[in-house]
Design a protein around this ligand. Structure first.
Ligand SMILES: C[S@@+](CC[C@H](N)C(=O)[O-])C[C@H]1O[C@@H](n2cnc3c(N)ncnc32)[C@H](O)[C@@H]1O
Length: 180
């Protein structure tokens, strides 16, 4: 989540513009039938193009109203909406991808969880604060000596502030994680 997310006020957020969401999903290269987690799914900006790509989506959203709207929006689609705290995310037991614009406040907790020993993560494309992306790709992040043996991290799409409404006060980019 760009800017300070919930710190700006209860459940403040910056949804992604649908064209940028489509670009992020296209760049992620999701294939039909793949299991994809959209963590902090909001109202489904990324969920919708993931469904169009043929993914089976687990949309994780903590806000009760947004989770309910997601359920209604994707009733007839291969989407499972889970109302849960992304910081306590239970990882799937089978291979999965992540395409997500999560709340920035939980970036580190989420990354540590996705990269923890035993994770079946295949790839992740996460919209994060640019300086957080830089820290992770430079291996200046927790556990780097362990996960860098299994995963390559790189910077993906750089997002202009106008890719969000309202525009945040910080720069954002996609952190791409790929299992070797
Ligand atoms: C930046 S918004 C992104 C929403 C959507 N992915 C988009 O791009 O438009 C992050 C979302 O995460 C949700 N959220 C905040 N804290 C969360 C948490 N701890 N666990 C799961 N979702 C959370 C917010 O309600 C919000 O919908």
């Amino acid at each position: 989540m760009p800017a300070s997310g919930q710190a700006r006020g209860a459940w403040g957020w910056h949804p992604l513009d649908s064209r940028w969401a489509q670009r992020i999903v296209d760049a992620a290269g999701v294939k039909p039938g793949e299991l994809v987690l959209d963590v902090g799914a909001g109202l489904g900006a990324l969920t919708a193009p993931l469904v169009r790509a043929g993914a089976k989506v687990v949309a994780v959203e903590l806000h009760p109203g947004r989770a309910e709207k997601l359920r209604r929006r994707f009733t007839d689609a291969p989407v499972t909406v889970v109302r849960a705290d992304a910081a306590d995310l239970r990882l799937p037991a089978r291979p999965f991808r992540v395409v997500s614009s999560p709340p920035y406040g939980i970036s580190t907790a989420l990354l540590k969880r996705l990269l923890m020993p035993g994770s079946r993560l295949v790839s992740a494309d996460l919209v994060l604060q640019r300086q957080v992306v830089n820290r992770w790709i430079e291996h200046q992040a927790p556990g780097a000596n362990r996960w860098s043996r299994y995963y390559d991290l790189s910077i993906g799409i750089r997002l202009p502030r106008k890719a969000f409404t309202p525009p945040p006060h910080v720069d954002s980019a996609v952190l791409h994680i790929q299992r070797r």
